[in-house]
Design a protein around this ligand. Structure first.
Ligand SMILES: [Ca+2]
Length: 307
């Protein structure tokens, strides 16, 4: 049995999908370079809508996650405070920010207390967002698949006021999908961006309700340095199909060496069946089941015996 285990381990190693990636920051702002009390226009930020009033939207030094400063926005019952930064985005893009909400206020014209999103301000009357993450007046965080249709939102988690959260969206703007991480935990992957068009930058927002107030810090956009969950899933499905079509293509020997007989793959179980595996003079049969598909294809022995 020990030898069989060693053979299987070698198969597992041969089935690992290697992934190479590279890093490239597109934009990063910790708000430390601005004068407290001013809007960060000098960094390219645009105040699209002024919420509770332009004087309420400024770089603040009462809360921060880096240095001493962050961006402070205050919305209102039906008029949000929206800070937009145009960026030349790549087809695969990672958008991350720290966000803290002062209190979970009563709902306004929309349930959004604060949200972050990739954004095109020119599409539709109020612009169009892609891959948004929305902190709502019900105390929960949602992924926004459709910018204006809250019935399409996907629940992510509950949140607390006066607590910083790290929000990260990894988007594929070609496939129109996105993954959402909060505090480094992948909560949803492969979510659809349901709106037509594509973003031209990023936007952070204090939304609607009883003067919803939010701070944002360490806003960063980059080309992802690692593959997303969707990338892994797509690669796995492609690799799995290749194994079904030709087991030898993914390192499963079908003849020669210790093999005898024809290795088969049952698509429905799914199980790889070895009818005859000669190990030190003993002929075994064994079945391998797939029990994990991400990020590595892993097989375990589901059944075996001697011929
Ligand atoms: Ca800062």
């Amino acid at each position: 049995m020990k030898k069989v285990t060693m053979v299987i381990c070698m198969f597992l190693i041969s089935l690992i999908f290697a992934v190479n990636a590279f890093a490239n920051d597109l934009s990063s702002d910790d708000f430390e370079s601005y004068t407290v009390g001013t809007f960060p226009s000098s960094g390219g930020w645009q105040l699209l809508y002024n919420g509770a009033g332009t004087p309420s939207q400024y770089v603040d030094n009462t809360h921060s996650t880096s240095g001493a400063k962050s961006l402070h926005l205050v919305g209102s019952s039906c008029w949000s405070a929206e800070a937009y930064l145009p960026i030349s985005l790549s087809s695969r893009v990672k958008f991350e920010t720290m966000v803290m909400i002062d209190q979970i206020v009563s709902c306004g014209c929309t349930p959004s207390v604060a949200y972050v999103t990739l954004f095109d301000p020119t599409l539709n009357t109020w612009g169009t967002g892609y891959g948004g993450v929305d902190f709502n007046c019900d105390g929960k965080v949602y992924a926004m698949r459709d910018h204006y249709d809250r019935s399409k939102d996907i629940f992510l988690m509950s949140y607390n006021a006066v607590k910083w959260y790290h929000v990260e969206v990894v988007a594929d703007l070609t496939l129109k999908t996105f993954d959402v991480y909060i505090d480094g935990v992948l909560l949803k992957s492969g979510l659809e961006m349901l709106d037509a068009g594509s973003p031209k930058g990023i936007k952070v927002v204090a939304g609607h309700g009883s003067n919803p107030t939010a701070w944002f810090d360490d806003v960063k956009v980059s080309i992802p340095t690692s593959c997303s969950q969707t990338d892994f899933d797509t690669a796995y499905q492609a690799g799995r199909q290749a194994c079904i079509t030709n087991p030898a293509s993914c390192g499963i020997p079908t003849s020669g060496g210790n093999q005898c007989g024809t290795v088969t793959y049952n698509l429905f179980t799914p199980t790889v069946h070895y009818p005859c595996l000669n190990i030190e003079g003993t002929s075994y049969w064994l079945d391998l089941g797939i029990y994990s598909n991400s990020p590595t294809l892993l097989l375990n022995i589901t059944n075996f015996g001697t011929n």
